[in-house]
Design a protein around this ligand. Structure first.
Ligand SMILES: NC(=O)c1ccc[n+]([C@@H]2O[C@H](COP(=O)([O-])OP(=O)(O)OC[C@H]3O[C@@H](n4cnc5c(N)ncnc54)[C@H](O)[C@@H]3O)[C@@H](O)[C@H]2O)c1
Length: 415
């Protein structure tokens, strides 16, 4: 078995971490039980490009329990938990991932996974699926699945330009994913990432959240909950109005640049904070990103106006500007929650990764029937995951009566 990880001797620590995650992912463990019995993925080769975390390990072990062969690489050069990667190798999974990969290493690992001719590709950001298309390595591909907003945007662009050659399920867009993972998960873990690498006191700080989508709403809500003064910057009038009525201050980013203490981008867009913003910021301002790629805070701009850069703490770089002001970039502008912390809590990844596992089964069951386009997660899978989560939480809900069901489906009854 081929693999490349930092150090296989780290496996013991990784094993404990995975055990902890398994305890907090009861839905996925339920799916694993089902998969172990029915072996619905028997002999299926899966290539996965995901953050190599303890939660991903629980997913990978579930796919393996279903009979799949899994080849795993990282979806971000800095998010791999090396001990988890080592533990997965001990489990017989081919992992090609280590924390601190260079750009060449990152694409080498993706290509290495593609050499195994995966039939199903699980992606987070669409680098695996896009590379498979560019390198024409799709001969045996049956379909793909995408975990995050940015990846879905890229795949829809591929579909629109006629370049997409396989069916892809947009796992991100399922309600039981983005209403929970993106909102609560990113909200909590991004703040945790900021706190973990800076150890600042958030109450009273002016926290500027750029992008008020699913992730940004979660981040702003959590920041306010601990007593921060929250400011939101948006480009979409509806989202801006929502932020206003949610009680956040709303203003253009150039104005927010003058007053913010901590800036967190969550837009999926590029150049959200640039030279113009940095030139207005107060000395000591901190810059973090929760969006998928490291393009939201313009690092080239930051470098171009700095006379000195030094690492002042783990995952914190101090940029000293020509006029002596100092700005602090966290996590090299990459996902602050995964680089400075452990990523989303296992409880919330339980939903996202149960969807991933069940969607692989769906793709296999519908093999040859789907077109080369981006599909939504089937409604019954989406609802089933939420139902199972409620069940494992011990929460019961009501059911529509037959009469109510009929009433909701008919147009005849009015006042
Ligand atoms: N950190 C994580 O673990 C994590 C988890 C889930 C998603 N993500 C990533 O976070 C990003 C946002 O995801 P989402 O689900 O919130 O997307 P979303 O589409 O729900 O929200 C993005 C918001 O950003 C706004 N926006 C776009 N460009 C902007 C700009 N230049 N300035 C200000 N606002 C702008 C949009 O109007 C939109 O409201 C994506 O890159 C996604 O892949 C990260």
């Amino acid at each position: 078995m081929d693999y490349r990880v930092k150090d296989t001797k780290l496996a013991g620590g990784g094993r404990l971490r995975i055990e902890w995650a398994e305890r907090h992912m009861p839905v996925l463990m339920r799916v694993r039980e089902e998969f172990s019995k029915g072996k619905p993925l028997s002999g299926v080769r899966i290539g996965a490009c995901l953050h190599v975390t303890k939660e991903t390990a629980v997913l990978v072990r579930t796919l393996k329990a279903g009979g799949a062969e899994v080849y795993l690489c990282a979806s971000n050069p800095l998010s791999t938990q090396d001990d988890v990667a080592a533990a997965l190798v001990e489990d017989g999974i081919s992992v090609f991932a280590w924390r601190g990969e260079s750009s060449d290493d990152y694409y080498w690992s993706i290509s290495r996974v593609l050499e195994e001719k995966p039939q199903v590709m699980l992606d987070d950001g669409a680098d695996l699926i896009a590379t498979a298309h560019v390198k024409d390595m799709l001969d045996e591909a049956i379909g793909g699945q995408e975990e995050t907003t940015t990846g879905v945007i890229r795949l829809k662009a591929m579909e629109k330009s006629g370049d997409l050659r396989i069916p892809v399920v947009a796992v991100n867009d399922a309600s039981s994913k983005r209403l929970f993972d993106n909102y609560y998960g990113t909200g909590e873990s991004s703040l945790h990432g900021v706190l973990r690498c800076t150890n600042i006191l958030l109450p009273g700080k002016k926290v500027v959240v750029l992008g008020y989508g699913h992730c940004g709403q979660g981040i702003a809500k959590m920041a306010r909950a601990v007593g921060a003064h929250t400011i939101v910057c948006e480009v979409d009038p509806i989202k801006a109005l929502k932020a206003y009525y949610d009680g956040h201050e709303v203003m253009p980013s150039l104005r927010a640049a003058e007053i913010g203490d901590v800036f967190i981008t969550a837009t999926g867009c590029k150049d959200v904070l640039t030279r113009e913003h940095f030139m207005r910021m107060r000395s000591g301002a901190m810059l973090a990103n929760a969006g998928h790629f490291n393009v939201e805070v313009s690092i080239p701009d930051l470098k171009s106006i700095s006379r000195r850069v030094r690492k002042i703490r783990e995952n914190v770089e101090e940029y000293e500007l020509e006029d002596g002001r100092k700005l602090y970039l966290l996590a090299e502008g990459r996902l602050v929650n995964l680089v400075c912390g452990e990523g989303h809590p296992s409880e919330v990844m339980d939903l996202s990764f149960s969807l991933q596992a069940l969607c692989v089964k769906y793709l296999m069951e519908n093999r040859g029937e789907l077109e080369s386009r981006v599909y939504n997660v089937p409604d019954e899978v989406d609802r089933r995951v939420a139902e199972l989560k409620l069940e494992t939480l011990g929460v019961e809900i009501d059911k529509l009566t037959e009469e109510q069901q009929k009433y909701l489906e008919s147009w005849k009854l009015g006042t």
